[in-house]
Design a binder for this molecule. Structure first.
Ligand SMILES: O=C(O)[C@H](O)[C@@H](O)[C@H](O)[C@H](O)COP(=O)(O)O
Length: 232
């Protein structure tokens, strides 16, 4: 829909500005309705942002945090996004937030998706804040090019909730919130760092094939404006 580019000199400045923007949106939601919800991405980019946000002076007991997407691995696996959030965000003041994991100890990602969809929808949707990342293949959340359920996951008519998705570039099976769960967030952020990702973003903005670059769904069809945070 519309996007605004917020450019910073470095990742430290970006983390400070992004955490201030996210904390202020969460505080406004708490003031307004007594609670707030936040869905964050995993991967390597958000660490500094998580650390900055964890000390924000807001009423964390009223905040529900979950993941935009998760790898289908237990929490103690180094590839777990839950582990990343636990070690970097759920500490200090933010340790009193309620965290809803996407991974469940069941056989398949499909079963886990059903369980977690029931847990999250009523409590947290629509999200007050969603922070997306982007891979150099143009994926966001776990909307991977070539993903077996990509078309359904990106269809706005697919209900809000969590789906399983399998793709060659994803490593393991994935759990992802559907597009309709993310596109209407009160604050919708795309957080990317490095020149390579800026090039990927520019490529995404210059075309419209979502199967090739699923991030295009967010850039062109999200009903909320997309706030892009970038640093070299
Ligand atoms: O679990 C994940 O992999 C993600 O949530 C994913 O969508 C991530 O945001 C991008 O892959 C960027 O990852 P990097 O920050 O590691 O480049």
């Amino acid at each position: 829909m519309t996007e605004t580019m917020h450019t910073f000199e470095n990742g430290v400045d970006l983390a400070a500005a992004l955490s201030a923007a996210v904390a202020s949106k969460l505080a406004a939601a708490i003031a307004d309705k007594g609670m707030a919800s936040l869905a964050v991405s995993g991967g390597s980019t958000p660490k500094a942002f998580f650390r900055a946000l964890s000390s924000a002076p807001i009423d964390w007991e009223k905040v529900t945090i979950t993941l935009v997407d998760e790898r289908f691995v237990p929490e103690d696996n180094p590839r777990s996004n839950h582990l990343l959030v636990k070690e970097n965000l759920l500490k200090g003041p933010a340790a009193s937030a309620r965290f809803i994991p996407l991974y469940q100890k069941v056989e398949t990602a499909e079963e886990a998706a059903d369980i977690v969809t029931n847990k999250v929808s009523a409590a947290s949707l629509p999200f007050d804040v969603v922070v997306l990342g982007m891979g150099t293949d143009g994926h966001t959340a776990s909307f991977f090019p070539g993903g077996d359920t990509l078309e359904k996951a990106l269809d706005k008519a697919t209900p809000a909730g969590v789906m399983a998705i399998h793709a060659e570039g994803a490593g393991e099976a994935r759990l992802t919130f559907t597009f309709s769960s993310l596109e209407n967030a009160g604050l919708l952020v795309l957080h990317i760092e490095g020149e390579a990702k800026k090039d990927v973003l520019n490529k995404a903005l210059s075309g419209d094939d979502e199967a090739e670059m699923p991030i295009r769904a967010v850039l062109t069809r999200a009903s909320s404006p997309v706030e892009i945070y970038w640093a070299p």
